[in-house]
Design a protein around this ligand. Sequence first.
Ligand code: COI
Ligand code: CYT
Length: 563
Amino acid sequence: KPVIGVILPFSSAFEDIAIEQQRAINLALSKSDVPVEIIFKDGGADKESAVQAFHELAGLEDRPLAVISCSSWASDAIHPLAAENGIFHIAIGSAALNRTHSGNTVRFTLDAEDEQQQLAEYLSSFEKIAIMAMDNDLGNSWISHIRHSFPDQVAAAHVYDPQKMDIHEKLAEIQAIDPDVLVLISAGEAAGIARQARKIGITAQFVGTRPIERAELLAEPEYANGLVYTYPSYNTKHEFSGMYRGKYGSDPGFFGVEAFDAVTTLLQFLDKGFVRPADLFQSYAGRKFVGALGEIYFNSHGDARYPYLFKQIVDGRFQVAEFQFPMLLEKTAQQLEDIFREMDQDIALTARKLSKTGLAGEPAALILQELYAKNLHAYNCVTVDAEGIIVNVAPAGYLDVIGEDISHQEQIVRLHSTRQPVLSQAVKMVEGFVGIDLEHPVFSPENQFIGSVSILAKPDFFGSIISQKVSNFPVEMFVIQKDGVMVYDINEQEIGKNVFLDPLYQTYPSLLAVARRIAAEPDGRGRYRFLDKNMREEVVKNILWTTVGLHGTEYRLALAFEE
Ligand code: COI
Ligand code: CYT
């Protein structure tokens, strides 16, 4: 039987985390019939204890072919030793890792530097930042990342020993500088820090990171309420959570989820006959998995990537923070507006160039090719004459659209009557799909209207921007026209349907009411009852919307999340 060594911080301030991970690993084993022996070792509270545990494992007669370790400090110490001893290594609960050896360590925890980029979006609204961090690789790496992003805002950074909780004087110093935010790089011990901080009069907003979501924080919610933290957006409905709850009577946290997926994937690869570290490493690197973590991707270094969200302790519960939804909606709208604006500037310039060459022929085709090449979201670029006939196209693969009459399309009708730039609604294009088309008029050097130039956006234009923003996220985003037509939705079956007419929506009066408001108002928020993201059960959703578009054409961009 292959042996796997697992080094967890049992005799440390993080014992609860070690126990959760051990339980998760036992659940993963119980679900698999791959023969394997797991040896748990106590990694203690520091690097030395973790290294000793590793040497004990490496010295066994039945040497493990893989070692799993939890905590940044333990994993950082084991990483080179595992590589030198030819033992495959998986790091869990390890946000800080200094990689010195390639091709041997796979890590399920997102790096603190990536998590910090997200946290920075929130921290950037504060002027005076204080930090209290556990004195180890994790805490110290966070301090340096935050200092790097906010060199002028960090007014104090203190470290404490989580085994001793020597925090009194440090908190007094923080109280004296009166910061507006206090960042805690802590796990469950944050509960005690929060209590003491409030008791001595620190009024700062509390902020945390992934390890802070531990049950202790909810024991005295009067101190922890309001705390905002970054946390992985994982699939809490995965069967693992239910199995854990059923067996142990409490919800697993992210530490358990990582441990479960680490062992589940490793057993799959052992089952395929992989035993050499390089083969096991290559089974992860550059690949995607779907597990209790949701969809995760490992880059070529072996580091996992997955989305994070903001959570907040509200009413004594860990909740998805609502403030991030308007932020996400705004950010997405801004990105769409930036793309529209850039397309519009490029096409305006192209229209001036075409004034000299005319719309048909080789010189005009070269100008269209330039416009096409510069626009990532362009499906093709055409010129249309004053009668509404397509007379030129780039790239050359679409030559068969030349000669098509599009004079009846709503945007062409508008352009011909106003001789102003237009953005279409989502309409059926001669290319065979429903798309959106941006057109500018072209005038001859004598200022005669000669036709127009167009960028036709790719059929999945909205989807390509929006889907990356919501993957693994407990939200949906969609694009709807003022006439009620769904232009983009995560559920493909809804695209093209008219909310006001399609039978799918007619039995949901609160949805119809909110849709009428969306049609009438450029931005707003509301509530309605409809099917969940997977179209299974009826749920109540909150919705926020805003408007994107050009030249008077408006698309409503909406974000909905379950209440
Ligand atoms: C980390 O090092 O990233 C951890 O989450 C360690 C944990 C034991 C607090
Ligand atoms: N196709 C296109 N309308 C179409 O149908 N490329 C532009 C405008």
